[in-house]
Design a protein around this ligand. Structure first.
Ligand code: PEP
Length: 238
């Protein structure tokens, strides 16, 4: 039977967008009105510079946060600052942050910070292509979850195979199904599990139909509101 958790469709804009993009939530709402999507949540995580100016129409989130509330951390943003600017979620441990040095311990501390600020952390995990080829994908992901997820009540896991991010390569539905079933067994029935890695309107229906896929974390296709809406429309009603 399919999952019954509320779907979450999340767009990570990464380092894209200027002030003219702050009207995109209302563009999205014009394409896919809120009255038609009461069964799911749509989240946009723009650059921090845009957060406070974003229009209404979708939920908003940050792309990373520092573990401290404030302090001498040049260039960083705290979870409290994201919350103050309108965020309700924050992505933690994206592979692009892990590649720049974030360890599982850092991700764990940031997830605690997110919870402290009243944000829901979206904790990203995923194996590299070499790890998958060596048959270690499930072990790597399960170790990442064990070390990255603190003892908190509310969080989301995003499974993002590193080799599928921004490459146009998508994990097969069987690979995603196997991994999400394994993650479900590890984290229990109430945690939303997102798949990320070259999700597009063309593959969203198949991926979002999988039993333990409760939504998607979307990079490239989330920059365009027509394609984000098409992906959101593909999410089945619980
Ligand atoms: C991502 O950045 O988390 C991502 C999944 O990107 P893309 O959809 O472009 O592969």
């Amino acid at each position: 039977m399919r999952q019954t958790l509320r779907p979450l469709i999340a767009a990570n804009w990464k380092m894209h967008g200027d002030l003219s993009w702050t009207s995109k939530p209302s563009d999205f709402a014009a394409i896919y009105p809120a009255s038609e999507r009461g069964h799911l949540d749509v989240l946009i995580c723009p650059p921090a510079t845009l957060l406070a100016s974003m229009n209404d129409g979708v939920l908003l989130g940050g792309q990373d946060c520092h573990a401290a509330v404030s302090g001498a951390h040049t260039g960083d943003v705290s979870a409290e600052m994201l919350k103050d600017a309108g965020a309700t979620y924050v992505i933690i441990g994206h592979s692009e942050r892990r590649a720049r040095g974030d360890t599982n311990a850092d991700v764990n501390a940031k997830a605690i910070a997110a919870t402290r600020a009243g944000l829901i952390p979206i904790i990203c995990v995923g194996e590299t292509e070499n790890e998958r080829d060596a048959g270690q994908a499930e072990t790597v992901v399960s170790d990442q979850i064990r070390a990255s997820v603190p003892d908190i009540e509310a969080y989301v896991i995003a499974y993002e195979p590193v080799w599928a991010i921004g490459t146009g390569k998508t994990a097969t539905p069987k690979d995603v199904d196997d991994m999400h079933n394994a993650i479900r067994a590890q984290v229990g029935p109430t945690v939303q599990l997102l798949y990320g890695g070259s999700v597009k309107p063309a593959n969203a229906t198949e991926l979002l139909a999988l039993k333990n896929v409760d939504g998607a974390l979307i990079g490239g296709a989330g920059l365009d509101m027509e394609s984000l809406a098409a992906i959101a429309r593909a999410a089945p009603k619980p």
